[in-house]
Design a protein around this ligand. Sequence first.
Ligand code: NCD
Length: 302
Amino acid sequence: MHDGLLGIENLNRGDVQSILDRARDFQPRPGGPAKLDLLRGRMVVNLFFEASTRTRTSFEIAAKRLGADTISITAQGSSVSKGESLVDTLNTLAAMRPDAIVMRHYASGAPHFLQRYLGKPIINAGDGTHEHPTQALLDARTILDRGASLEKLRVAIIGDIEHSRVARSNVYLLSKFGADIVLCGPASLLPKELKEITPGITLTTDMREAIRDADVIMMLRVQLERQNDSPFPSDEYYSFYGLRLEHLELAKPNVIVMHPGPINRGREISSEVADSQRSVILNQVENGIAVRMAVLEKVLCG
Ligand code: NCD
């Protein structure tokens, strides 16, 4: 991974497993070191062209915990907002000689372009509707922490699948381990091509059918920022696709509820479910740091 991490699709199962195993070493434990110096003297630039709370801060914390120097650049606070082109922004950054760049961009494929253009290790922190590899890795770490194995696990991914890079990266990761994946949402938000590229996944518009016997329910936000026109009446969405306590009874008794955040209470998930014992949403956030430490270490130290 010396050229970075652009997606899950092209990783093999062994690569994924080794990141997940290493992430466990970085999970906080009593008496464990607050800071390591594995990346001392290295510089990591976070370049975010889209809003982010969890991903940006956890990459920053992860790099700092490994002893690296970090700087974060967001489109709103940079010269991008003054009309600078992507190529000029990239040349400026390259002149500062970073060791790796973490990039989030609204265009699918932007980090791939950056990697070809700069020849530096790039870590994709979400590109358009394409991939969000570290999210899928932290989701897998969170599932494994509950003692579950990914093989034969029944995972229902529910919501705006069409626009979700989180769904795509999770489909790639979970299918490498033989999980049984059901994708569910309104027909207009269910991309048929995912079924073609990943045999064995099921698509349904019926939320109850998706949840029946699920071990994991992964909810997604409706990504209005990526929709040109409204593909369904928004006031009806919650009644068809909002996760409520009564749905959990259809799932396996020890089902876990996940969500990459930001959550919209009363839109895709009820507060009772988001705050319930079954919710692992904050465990996902916590694992974001450990997983991103493992990725940064792999990319920068081999
Ligand atoms: C996701 C993203 O940006 O793709 N969020 C995240 O990284 N935690 C999902 C979303 O924005 O809905």
